[in-house]
Design a protein around this ligand. Structure first.
Ligand SMILES: Nc1ncnc2c1ncn2[C@@H]1O[C@H](COP(=O)(O)OP(=O)(O)OP(=O)(O)O)[C@@H](O)[C@H]1O
Length: 307
């Protein structure tokens, strides 16, 4: 479990993380999303003791990272730019790390197998591709068989097979009851992997929400085609209803169900040729969410809005 309370990080005048409070529960993959510079990496660095909070606390499995006596067994971490001696083999790198925690060759070979690096385990890390380096980073994170796993952009550098592999790995780790906290820019990937999302913007919490609820909360329009859109707009207009003209006798209606629109059109004697509810993707739901919640947003009135 990860518990972050009022976590704040200032670099001089810059507030990178601004009073964040959230909890990441075990047994599910939780995605950590936010635009560039939102404070994700800084938050993760504070979680694992690489940065000191200006205020607030970040606890992993009940206590701050630095207070754990065997941190590798508590929290597995993949952060960007992990330093590995290029002349060392992957196996030697893991053996050296394991030695500081009483972890032996058997576990090292096990994690090399888990991440698919057994065949190149004795090759120099300096010759590894980006994807192989990423797999080695994940092997390091899993070495101590930790209760909690924190991965910053783990699909970076992985090919489609690698991405699929990471997706299954994260779900398996969560199904084993671990806490899995993973940052990503890829909404589509999170839709397939995460059950829960923590969304940040400008260092602040925007949402702490199940993926399914985020999709459901996005305003979905209904695509309506009619030869008499002007009369239709007049019949549908009302509080909380937003109607946008798409052109070609088509309007998008937000705030009314297909059933409501069909009934009102019938009552007004207006023929409808098409009535199609639009499904919001996670990407759209995320855009909608951040548009409402991000500060200092310029207003962009949508073109063609008619009611
Ligand atoms: N050591 C530092 N000194 C000064 N400013 C920093 C430092 N580290 C991060 N920042 C600033 O803090 C803000 C948050 O950065 P951070 O890297 O945590 O965001 P992020 O969400 O991980 O972004 P990205 O998705 O681009 O990696 C940014 O504006 C960044 O420039």
């Amino acid at each position: 479990m990860i518990e972050v309370e009022n976590l704040t990080k200032r670099y001089g005048p810059k507030t990178a993380v601004d009073g964040l409070t959230f909890t990441v529960e075990p047994g599910a993959v939780t995605g950590f999303l936010g635009p560039n510079g939102a404070g994700k990496s800084t938050t993760m660095r504070m979680l694992v003791g690489l940065d000191t909070p200006s205020w607030g606390t970040a606890k992993v499995n009940g206590r701050p990272y630095r207070e754990h006596r065997a941190p590798l067994q508590e929290i597995g971490v993949l952060l960007e730019a992990r330093a590995v001696h290029p002349g060392r083999s992957a196996r030697d790198h893991l053996l050296a790390l394991g030695a500081t925690h009483g972890i032996g060759a058997r576990r090292v070979d096990e994690v090399l197998d888990t991440v698919g690096l057994t065949e190149v385990a004795r090759k120099r890390v300096g010759n590894f591709s980006l994807g192989m380096g990423q797999r080695l980073g994940i092997a390091v994170a899993l070495l101590g068989d930790p209760h909690t796993v924190v991965l910053d952009e783990p699909v970076n550098g992985l090919d489609p097979d690698g991405i699929k592999w990471i997706r299954h790995l994260l779900k398996d780790l969560a199904a084993e009851g671990r806490t899995v906290f993973v940052s990503s820019h890829l909404m589509s990937e999170m839709a397939l992997t995460a059950e829960h999302l923590v969304v940040v913007g400008r260092g602040r919490l925007i949402a702490d929400i199940p993926v399914a609820d985020l999709i459901a909360s996005a305003k979905r329009g209904v695509h309506v085609r009619s030869p008499r859109t002007t009369e239709l707009v007049a019949a549908l207009r009302g509080d909380g209803v937003r109607i946008t003209s798409v052109g070609g006798g088509v309007v998008d209606v937000v705030g009314l169900s297909s059933e409501d629109i069909g009934t009102r059109a019938l009552e007004a004697g207006i023929p409808l040729y098409e009535l199609t509810p639009q499904q919001a993707s996670l990407e759209e739901a995320y855009t909608e969410l951040t548009r409402d919640a991000v500060e200092y947003q310029g207003t962009t009135a949508s073109l063609g809005e008619v009611a």
